[in-house]
Ligand binder design. Structure first.
Ligand code: KG4
Length: 335
């Protein structure tokens, strides 16, 4: 059977990323122009500046991704692009680049939900992985448990009712002076720390698989303020370890409950926070005890990249999904 090559384009936040993927599983090229170092001085992503930087880097990134893959647009079968959720100005750059390419070449256009892209990152790392499985999708803006019944057939079983786990980590990282991007810095700061040194209330709602992180975040803020008011220092290593462990425990509890309810014994992690070592360790241990097969992407594929969009695009392509050239950016696209 002829190979299918999908060009994936991602620009939902502060990474301009393009990739070529063969048959949804094999990365031929994966180019990422990250703006993280630039936004560090502001303590977070400045949306307008992010959009302008995407404009500057989109075509060089596209050209490099085609040349790294050793292909031209003539070899590509379809263009897949993230059209939401994300920052509207940032999304528009990728969407318009993809539409321009499709207009000129006549290639089919496929609109991809960013979160479905994160889930597909697992297909790139595990060639044998097939639905059905549960996926804990944890990123800077979203936290949800998804039942993946087919490549294009997914339903949300539980989601956060307030903050995303990544947001809860980033905010506290900033308050304890770790800076931006908070997630990886908090992870590093907590290595070797005592996970029981600090304890925070962990909300658990009965009869639902939904999450809530705002109470935990507020309790952490109160602990920091009260310690400082007493003229004492927060032990950053122990604090970071305890806080991340509590977040991991909350995520683990509901995901395992979803596995019990459905009888599904395959679990994937996806999204930026799935790079977190406390989360990975908690899931590794529990999955081992329960005989559950656990998958999580390589560190590079946990955060935003074009390859995951191309992979998700492949499965949509063979399912005959096509977008019109009036595809628009949807900053709050639902799942
Ligand atoms: O999936 P992603 O790259 O972008 C979104 O779609 O949101 O996720 C970004 C989030 C940020 O909150 C970042 O701090 C977090 O992922 N993150 C981590 C780690 N690496 C990235 N959080 C905890 N530990 C990490 N090692």
């Amino acid at each position: 059977m002829k190979d299918t090559l999908i060009l994936g384009i991602e620009s939902s936040c502060d990474e301009t990323a393009c990739a070529v993927v063969r048959n949804g599983r094999e990365i031929l090229s994966d180019v990422i122009a990250s703006q993280a170092d630039f936004h560090e001085q502001y303590g977070g992503v400045v949306p307008e500046l992010a959009s302008r930087m995407h404009v500057d880097s989109i075509y060089p990134t596209l050209e490099k991704c085609l040349s790294d893959a050793g292909v031209t647009l003539k070899d590509i079968d379809a263009v897949a692009v993230t059209y939401g959720p994300g920052l509207v100005g940032a999304l528009l750059v990728g969407v318009n680049a993809a539409k321009g390419l499709c207009e000129v070449t006549g290639l089919p256009l496929i609109g991809i939900n960013h979160l479905k892209g994160h889930i597909a990152a697992n297909y790139l790392c595990f060639p044998e992985l097939e639905p059905e499985f549960l996926c804990l999708c944890v990123s800077g803006g979203n936290t949800m448990i998804v039942r993946v019944s087919g490549y294009c057939d997914m339903e949300i079983m539980g989601r956060t009712r307030d903050d995303a786990a990544g947001e809860a980590i980033d905010k506290i990282a900033r308050v304890i002076g770790l800076g931006y991007p908070g997630g990886p810095k908090m992870d590093k700061a907590g290595q070797g720390g005592n996970v029981n040194a600090y304890s925070f209330p962990k909300s658990h709602m009965t009869d639902t698989l939904d999450f809530s992180f705002s109470g935990l975040k507020t309790a952490a803020l109160n602990t920091i303020n009260q310690t400082r008011q007493k003229g004492e220092d927060v032990d950053i290593r122990d604090f970071a370890a305890s806080y991340q462990q509590d977040i991991a425990d909350i995520l683990l509890k509901n995901t395992m409950e979803a596995a019990e309810r459905t009888g599904i014994d395959k679990i994937c992690l996806a999204g930026g926070v799935s790079a977190n070592s406390f989360l990975r360790k908690a899931f590794d241990e529990e999955a081992g005890k329960r005989g559950i097969k656990l998958y999580y992407p390589s560190l590079k594929l946990c955060t935003d990249n074009g390859a995951m969009i191309a992979s998700a695009g492949y499965f949509e392509y063979i399912n005959n999904a096509r977008a019109d050239l009036d595809l628009n950016a949807c900053p709050s696209l639902s799942f």
